[in-house]
Design a protein around this ligand. Structure first.
Ligand code: ARG
Length: 458
């Protein structure tokens, strides 16, 4: 098999070198985008008068046929031909003869690979954003259906203050909205056309790069041929967006794993999304959630690994850059799987509202016993101290706040009146938090309305 670059070589390539330097085993993922950009390149060559109409026709037909073979699965990618770019080019020449050799005019694999990757990333990001949107819709639906469910919120994983469960779901909806924004920023950084930059210095044929950009749907052009071929910041941006989103999914998974334990008993995960133990017959394990949590490690690894590869690379293209592909493909595949898994779990789990409610009372009510005094003019620190004393009194007596009588309260402050006892109800306490973004039902109803509008659910 002749290599397109073998003209200046006198020795056959070592087999090890072929195996070690090849990228086709993974960059064939870019085949579709490579062909798409070649089509645009052919049209640009034609416009520049470098190839004739007939030559362009013949190359385009050849590319179309190759695309069909790839889709059918009959295209044989060869390791000796290194990467997806050379595999397709050599096949084109095989099918169309000499004219196929004109395709690579005014192009280098250096601007070619960067173009393929940018096209690929833009498309993948739109798919990730679609999954994020689906997940947010599920969260909004859950929020709408859980307005009447109260639960404790946690700080330091200790019960903190009662909230409505909707508040929790809406929190994650906000978080996944910020993930979409992060992915869209990565989209914008990928949205620059490198093609027409050549290997490093630009191209000596009159290629209309603005025309190429238009054909490929790029909104901007890389404005310097060295930057165009050396820069992989757009890859880092996606890897970062994937890592952050994975971290969010991991935190959500951790909550659900805890909530599904016998100790919490807040949710029940459906059998179809759990697995069993080979030795302990009673077990139903939340493996999907655990793997989502676990995969965050590789998302971080992909980011840090490739970030490190980029360090100290001299200007401009270096073969080290080939190391961008496996982490890139892996992160995008992983994040899409994790988003799909999370959605399945959220849709499938059942909520044990009684257990949540039971846990939401008790000492989570103490902040409000302090704030009651604040509203009567006591300084917050003083009020906090009094409520702290009530807490230790209750702990000593083995009682819960709901057991308090007015007399007991008044032993701590004369300012407590009959209405203070109403505070010993988690729903009421939640509904006092009426600030914008708080957990009060009337506020949540508004937030759900806005969320539904923003997600196009009404
Ligand atoms: N497979 C290479 C990569 O992924 C394509 C560019 C190769 N360029 C070169 N001059 N060897 O980076």
């Amino acid at each position: 098999m002749q290599k397109p670059w073998e003209g200046r070589f006198k020795e056959k390539t070592e087999e090890f070198v072929e195996r070690f330097t090849q990228s086709v085993s993974f960059d064939k993922e870019l085949a579709f985008w490579d062909i798409k950009q070649s089509v645009a390149h052919v049209k640009t060559l034609l416009k520049a008068g470098i190839i004739t109409q007939e030559e362009a026709q013949s190359i385009l037909q050849g590319l179309k046929d190759i695309e069909e073979s790839i889709l059918k699965g009959s295209f044989e990618f060869k390791q000796e031909l290194e990467d997806v770019h050379m595999n397709i080019e050599v096949e084109l020449i095989k099918r169309k003869g000499e004219v196929g050799g004109k395709l690579h005019t005014g192009r280098s694999r250096n601007d070619q690979v960067a173009t393929d990757e940018r096209l690929y990333i833009k498309d993948e990001i739109l798919q990730v954003c679609g999954l994020l949107r689906d997940l947010r819709k599920v969260l909004v639906k859950l929020a709408e259906n859980s307005l009447e469910v109260v639960m404790p919120s946690y700080t330091h994983l200790q019960r903190a203050q009662p909230i409505r469960l909707s508040h929790y779901f809406l929190a994650y909806r906000e978080i996944f909205l910020s993930d979409e924004e992060r992915f869209l920023r990565a989209y914008r950084s990928a949205d620059y056309l490198p093609l027409g930059s050549g290997a490093v210095a630009g191209v000596d044929f009159p290629l209309d790069r603005f025309y190429t950009a238009e054909l490929l749907g790029f909104n901007r052009l890389c404005r310097n041929s060295m930057q165009a071929t050396a820069d992989r910041d757009f890859v880092l941006d996606v890897l970062y967006a994937c890592a952050v989103c994975g971290m969010h999914l991991s935190r959500l998974s951790e909550d659900l794993i805890l909530w599904s334990t016998e100790e919490f008993g807040f949710v029940d995960l459906p059998d179809r999304l759990c697995t069993g133990s080979s030795i302990m017959p009673q077990k139903k394990n939340p493996d999907v959630l655990e793997l989502i949590r676990g995969k965050t490690g590789r998302l971080y690894g992909n980011l840090i690994g490739f970030f490190t590869t980029l360090k100290a690379l001299p200007m401009a293209y270096n073969r080290d850059l080939q190391e961008d592909k496996e982490p890139l493909f892996d992160s995008l595949r992983t994040i899409q799987d994790c988003l799909t898994g999370t959605k399945l779990v959220l849709e499938g789990m059942s909520i044990k509202a009684d257990a949540m409610k039971r846990a939401s009372g008790g000492f989570t009510l103490m902040t409000d016993l302090a704030n009651y005094l604040v509203l009567k003019g006591v300084a917050f620190r003083q009020a906090h101290h009094i409520a702290g004393s009530i807490t230790s009194y209750l702990i000593e007596k083995g009682k819960r706040p709901e057991d308090l009588t007015l007399e007991e309260l008044r032993n701590f402050s004369e300012l407590y009146q009959e209405d203070a006892l109403e505070l010993l109800n988690p729903e009421k306490v939640a509904d006092r938090r009426r600030t914008y973004g708080g957990t009060a039902k009337e506020e949540l109803v508004k937030r759900i309305e806005v969320a539904k509008r923003e997600e196009g659910m009404k």
